[in-house]
Design a protein around this ligand. Sequence first.
Ligand code: SF4
Length: 634
Amino acid sequence: MGEQRDMNQIAVIDLATRETKIRPVPEKLRERFLGGRGINMAFLYSLVEPKIDPLGSENPLIFGAGALTGTGEVTAARLNISAKSPETGILGDGSMGGFFGPELRKAGFDHLVLLNKSDKPIYLLIQDGKIEFRDASHLEDLDIHQTLGTLRQELNDRDVQIVCIGPAGRKLVAFACVCGGYGGNAVGRTGMGAVMGSKNLWAVVVRGKRSIPCADTERLLRAVKKHYKQVTGTKGFHATSIYGTLIRLNNSRLLGLEGGKNFQVNVRDTDGLDIDDFLNQYEIGKKACFGCPIHCKHVWRIKTGDLAGLTGIGLEFNAAGALHFMAECEDWETIMAFYDRCNRYGLDVASASAYIAILMELYDRKIISKKDTGGIEYNWGSRDAILGFLDQTAKREHIGDLMARGLLKAAETIGHDMMKYVVHSKGLTIEARDLRAHKGQLLGEVVSSRGGDHLRGRFTMEDFHLPPKVTEAIMGRPVPPDPRSYEGKAWPTVWTERLCAVVDSVGICKFASKWMSPGLLGFEEMAESFEAVTAIPKTGQEIMSDGERIYTLEKLFNVREGISRKDDKVPDRYHEPLKYGPYQGESIDEREFQGMLNEYYDLSGLDEEGKPLAETLKRLELDKEDELRSMASV
Ligand code: SF4
């Protein structure tokens, strides 16, 4: 058993007064909200007054490591960062892997609740239970890579773990991210980097030499051995190990689901980029997060040409697909240069790539012109436009300054009913694959609690056309195997939302969970390890209810911000039929979608406007706000 004293703590840090309060994670909070995303949500809901300015000092920024993070459970490396989002104006939250989460726990802290705003640039140094506020004015002009290098050198410790923002976060770009290394680890979506920038907090550095407490080490060890075998024994393990998420490039093309020209063309007149070409020409290695046998992160280098020498870590479908399909970029090297620049500026690759494609369509339609873009021609696939957009955004110039306010605000200025060209939900762009033929996946992205996004409730298993008997065995209800069917798709969405909420709260990676593939870790496995580490008894069914509680609290947060059924809306473009390919003619029928949405609300315990019912709140013990506020008090 590890050292128990002064561990599993919450640090409430007032950046204005520089006071810190430290206390252990209350047992009840752990029991009901597990850790990571779940406990973050309890704090967020309790601390955020409705309608506050996300970039105002009253918006808290909350860090939370998963309950299993750093314990040795397979892939348990995750950390969530949460706040009200400046990109969407609703719930903001994201998860990252890497090494920061485990190190934070080894330093004695599971959660950091950052309040108010420092009057000058600072970074936090957290070492074995001690928290120091340090001057960060020397980081003012540095990019992410330079910041990481400078802090490592200054602290003379190669083993410190750092999260930081770059120029985009400091300039309050609504889709700035918090980066956790030289690439590949970031809290990307919903603009947590801008919230950090608004607090004049440039970085958080952690170093811990303590042992993370575990109630029953023998039991955890048995569970980890079993889970390791389970994760590495699936076919998907090899595919993810080799290709990472880029595999979705090839299979989206095969299915005729390319989001070509910002979702105007689903089969493009090109051979398309091939993932094997990328591996053969550019990949020089792989990286993994703490405790992960999958090692999905590509390490790449451009060896010749004008970008020779450019090296990076990580290349994901969500951005590479958006640039290749949506922005018609036919060149791996431009995509790698885009990645490198986002990782230096600290920009979310998913939003940045989708915004570029949207601007290219607006330019094509003559809604914007060179006058707006500072002279850049936003032609489809243009490297100048792709990289120029990033420069202008990070510097807040021309069209980049406009988009830096977030899609919804930019659309108010651009006009021309711009949002009808945007495939999004609640101001967050939906992934680069066309979802018109996958009704379950679309539902999950439309109702997602942080806006259009695949990592909250996308029923990824819909891709596998599993027989109903198999889905029934996994999820307790049969699901029709045809992805085009609307029937029975509400339940897998609800099930996946609960799964992802638990995954993010215990701190394992979604790529090791049933979100990705049926043979991977599910509720039973997570409950088993959670109990071994915390001594809080949980069955698979009970931990699934915890997932429901966390998701319902997220819905409550959004309802308080004015979100309702009108916002659970299919993107306009998805009402048009797919023009070509195996799913030719498929579109989203509004009446069928509304039926699916009714069923989803019903199964989620929401009323017909999408608001949690009183009986749901009572069942989930969310009905007593005072109790929640006292558990998550600061
Ligand atoms: S699968 Fe990839 S993202 Fe997930 S823990 Fe492993 S290396 Fe990190």
